[in-house]
Design a protein around this ligand. Structure first.
Ligand SMILES: NC(=O)C1=CN([C@@H]2O[C@H](COP(=O)(O)OP(=O)(O)OC[C@H]3O[C@@H](n4cnc5c(N)ncnc54)[C@H](O)[C@@H]3O)[C@@H](O)[C@H]2O)C=CC1
Ligand SMILES: O=C(O)C1=N[C@H](C(=O)O)C[C@H](O)C1
Length: 269
């Protein structure tokens, strides 16, 4: 095996996939072992460097995860819930570190991912950036410091191609707020107000989602009190922040035992 750990990028043609390919190719700590795209995609069989408009890099895009995983030590996966569940089982069989950035995962997907984590390292986070993970810790602290009569709202904005809401990041922030306040998010969550909703439910944690243009990702946590407001904000302007975090997680996981980890573990927060 090569000295540098081989990394597979799943969903290579996606917004994040393209960014991840560039990040791994530019790294002196990892090598690109394979690039996976869904069956039927017109990049299959072509060199990934050429697909991205550059020079060939000697890695052909494949739709066969088993073939790809045999050559690697980690897979970085920003795809869809269905693909991620399939990759979790295969990566666990191959004992690869599986870094999951995919959002919109439902409880049935999470149960399968947890089962796979009994056999291999899985690092999963709705946001891989340092800034958002710091914001999560700040949100927990602020929520713990304030009385329950401060209303908490999570407001997020993303590009017009995003398919899930609230965003994975918004849910991370909502969970942190709920944890800080000592309540259960599933009980207190309030999303998608429309029509005659009645007054705000005391103690609710609200979510609002904006979709438009090419917004990379923006998140506010609003604490609204009587006569004052606190706003904690993160603005992503470049997807490189997520790709850097994902590669860091893939390398961090190399010497860890099987289990389900997140970016807080990777960043030591
Ligand atoms: N955790 C984080 O830091 C971040 C998470 N995300 C999440 O990552 C996911 C992907 O986001 P984007 O790149 O914007 O979406 P995208 O739609 O541009 O890319 C997804 C890619 O996955 C491919 N794909 C689907 N099924 C596949 C399969 N079975 N095998 C191989 N490839 C397959 C698609 O063809 C597409 O190329 C979303 O869930 C998004 O919310 C996005 C940015 C940061
Ligand atoms: O789909 C995206 O683009 C993003 N998804 C993640 C999320 O759902 O929070 C992370 C980031 O905000 C970009």
């Amino acid at each position: 095996m090569d000295a540098l750990p081989g990394i597979v990028i799943a969903g290579a043609s996606g917004r994040m996939g393209r960014m991840l390919i560039g990040t791994v190719l530019a790294s002196d700590k990892a090598r690109l072992a394979a690039a996976i795209q869904r069956p039927g995609h017109d990049w299959i069989g072509r060199d990934i460097g050429e697909c991205l408009g550059g020079a060939p890099v000697g890695v052909k895009v494949t739709d066969d995860p088993l073939e790809a995983f045999a050559k690697a030590r980690a897979v970085i996966d920003f795809t869809t819930p269905a693909a991620t569940v399939e990759f979790a089982a295969l990566a666990a069989q191959a004992r690869l570190v599986h870094v999951i950035g995919t959002t919109g995962l439902e409880p049935e997907h999470l149960a399968k991912i947890d089962a796979a984590a009994r056999h291999a390292v899985i690092v999963r986070a709705g946001n891989m950036s340092l800034g958002v993970n710091l914001l999560v810790t700040l949100t927990r602290k602020v929520a713990a410091a304030l009385d329950a009569d401060w209303d908490i709202e999570v407001i997020e904005a993303h590009h017009n191609k995003k398919v899930d809401a609230p965003s994975g990041t918004a849910l991370m922030l909502g969970h942190a707020a709920a944890e800080g306040r000592g309540v259960d998010l599933d009980t207190m969550r309030d999303s998608g107000r429309d029509g005659i909703t009645g007054a705000r439910r005391p103690g609710a944690i609200g979510f609002s989602a904006i979709r438009g243009g090419d917004i990379v990702g923006e998140h506010d946590v609003l604490f609204a009190g009587t006569g004052e407001r606190i706003v904690l904000r993160h603005i992503a302007t470049d997807r490189a922040i997520f790709a850097r975090g994902a590669l860091k997680a893939a390398l961090w996981g190399q010497d860890k035992g099987p289990g389900a980890y997140d970016m807080m573990d990777v960043l030591g927060l």
